[in-house]
Design a protein around this ligand. Sequence first.
Ligand code: UD1
Length: 364
Amino acid sequence: MLVCNVVGARPNFMKMAPVVHELRRRSLPQLLVHTGQHYDAAMSQVFFEELGMPEPDVYLGVGSGSHAQQTARVLEAMESICLERRPTLVVVAGDVNSTLAAALAAAKLGLPVAHLEAGLRSRDRSMPEEINRILTDHLSDLLFTTEEDGNRNLRREGISETKICFTGNCMVDSLRRHQDAALARRPWESYRLPPGEYALLTLHRPSNVDSQEQLTRSLDTAAWIAGRMPVLFPVHPRTRQRIEALAPALPDTLCFCDPLPYLSFLGLMARARFVLTDSGGIQEETTALGVPCLTLRRNTERPATIELGTNLLVGDDQNQIRQAVDQICRGEWKQGQIPPLWDGRAAERVVDAIASFSGASRPT
Ligand code: UD1
């Protein structure tokens, strides 16, 4: 038995880390492959360190490029690794280009594939991630879902019930494991932010940052919020390039910083008055923390964060955003509940399923 875990971009690391830890705890043989889709230390290495992940056994170094280039580079390099190391199962996470490419390389060689965070659907095929999700799920033999909606989506698409495992959310395992350490760092102090009285902003989706008009609108919203409370904006490399080109005039209370390490960001989220984001994972992390989240998108593949959690979709509707911020400031936001199986033990269920799929016995 050899389980090959593939990661590539920042949001993969916190989903895969608990699985890597659990496989190691049970002494099950594994190989960790990093595709190198994210390569800056701030987007990759620091996450490995803070999540206690081992150094990757294999680094593919694919770097940036168009979707086709990035996907093709991972596909080709993963094929060689699979032929060389002959894993008995390839595990991929989330919905980035590396996820689809690694799954496709393995499936074409007849190797079984497991997908962490299967079944999520935004029903918006203009998002590259939606295409990655659908294709990865249809290539997979084990589909680990995080919420009920994911199970329904997979059934509707004709995926056999025997392949679907409702295991819960591995990203929440990482959050629970590191939450106390993150708060102990008091990361808000580094930015002179009063705990509970600042907003945290992230923005990186092509639909929000690639058009000048859209980016200007998002920055106007951030500037309006910064008139009410300080806003911290850790800027993704893709967004930084776009903002530099625009050179906007912005208030001092809108504070830009480099992408943050996992623990700093987690601590900042936990003590934010609210979070404004277009990220997928942050919608879930804020629900797990019970912190209000306004999502700058028109759809979400993670409906549990809205139906049960603290999330609201606001798109780019300035009025709706202003009303929601007022509501949060008045303390009238929904409390939210923790979705089923977001209990910090998802990786145990994932590894139970991997072990039984691979014929390994359970530890006593
Ligand atoms: C990718 C994922 C997205 C995820 C996001 C999290 C896809 C299709 N998209 O988007 O789902 O939410 O990661 O961050 O896989 N860059 C750097 N340093 C890096 C990595 C990227 O400077 O370490 C710059 C490059 O100029 C690159 C751009 O950021 O062209 C975009 O990177 P890329 O990996 O293509 O996509 P993301 O926008 O990061």
